[in-house]
Design a protein around this ligand. Structure first.
Ligand code: SF4
Length: 276
């Protein structure tokens, strides 16, 4: 899909966190839009996407070109009011392909990992892109004030391709997790939404990370699964002959596998895995 990239001046950057992310003070989105275009992404139904009427989700990205200047100003103000905990990002992927050239996320990390007075109390980086390893030096400066959560919904590449053809391959994500962890950066493998996977999935993860989170549409889409039903993801399960994985208890299969390879306190379910 051809992606239309536009440079925009954002009016504000840090947004008050609420709902599923109420454990944070703010969310931070360096871009609007996301060219990973995951089939199950419900951001396509949110106002930010509906505003781009006539443009398919995944076909446009707005670059918040003035983001670093804004962040600096807003962090000063926010920190005056108390602890600042940031979830990056709630409605885009901060390391989607355009970031390789635009480097907005990197410039924001530069702000947050530079002057001590501007450091957030905690930063959660949510991505499915190995590009995050490019910024390992900046992330490492934040010590235990940061966690990188890399989405790995499945270990089956055929399943990954069916649901998220524009997203990075599974192996590349696993390598990224390994690299970040080797560099001392707190990481988590995030199986969200849980997709059909092999019987070895948990074992493969156990060799790479010591913390995992698992979530599904029914717990994590903010509507008990109704949003996902409207998007029509069920059709992909049906086409793959894997409809039995589209159910409220399907996550239990992977959860039980995880408990055979990780201590229970290192396996987080849904919202618990995204808390600061
Ligand atoms: S990476 Fe995240 S924001 Fe981007 S399309 Fe996929 S689910 Fe949506």
């Amino acid at each position: 899909m051809r992606v239309h990239v536009r440079q925009k001046e954002a009016k504000s950057l840090l947004t008050k966190a609420s709902g599923f992310l109420e454990g944070y003070t703010h969310t931070l989105n360096p871009y609007s839009g996301c060219s990973f275009a995951c089939s199950y992404c419900y951001v396509r139904q949110m106002p930010v996407a509906l505003f781009h009427e006539g443009e398919a989700w995944g076909s446009w990205v707005d670059v918040k070109a003035n983001a670093p200047e804004l962040l600096e100003k807003e962090l000063v103000r926010a920190k005056r009011r108390g602890p600042v905990t940031i979830f990056c990002s709630s409605a885009t992927d901060p390391y989607q392909p355009v970031e390789a050239k635009e480097r907005i996320t990197r410039s924001l990390l530069d702000v947050m990992s530079g002057d001590l007075a501007l450091r957030p109390d905690f930063l959660f980086v949510q991505t499915r892109s190995p590009l995050v390893t490019r910024d390992a030096n900046l992330l490492a400066r934040l010590g235990d004030r940061v966690r990188v959560s890399l989405t790995v919904e499945t270990d089956r590449e055929d399943v990954r391709r069916a649901f998220t053809p524009a997203a990075p391959p599974v192996q590349a994500r696993l390598r990224a997790l390994r690299e970040l962890r080797a560099r001392g950066i707190p990481v988590q493998a995030t199986i969200a939404p849980v997709l059909p996977s092999s019987a070895d999935f948990a074992e493969r993860l156990a060799g790479i990370v010591d913390r995992v989170c698992i979530d599904d549409y029914f717990m994590g889409d903010g509507s008990g699964g109704r949003r996902t039903e409207r998007i029509g993801v069920r059709a992909i399960y049906d086409a793959l002959g894997l409809s039995d994985w589209y159910s409220r208890d399907a996550y239990q299969r992977v959860y039980e596998q995880l408990l055979r390879h990780f201590p229970q306190e290192r396996v987080f379910v849904s919202q618990q895995g995204f808390l600061p």
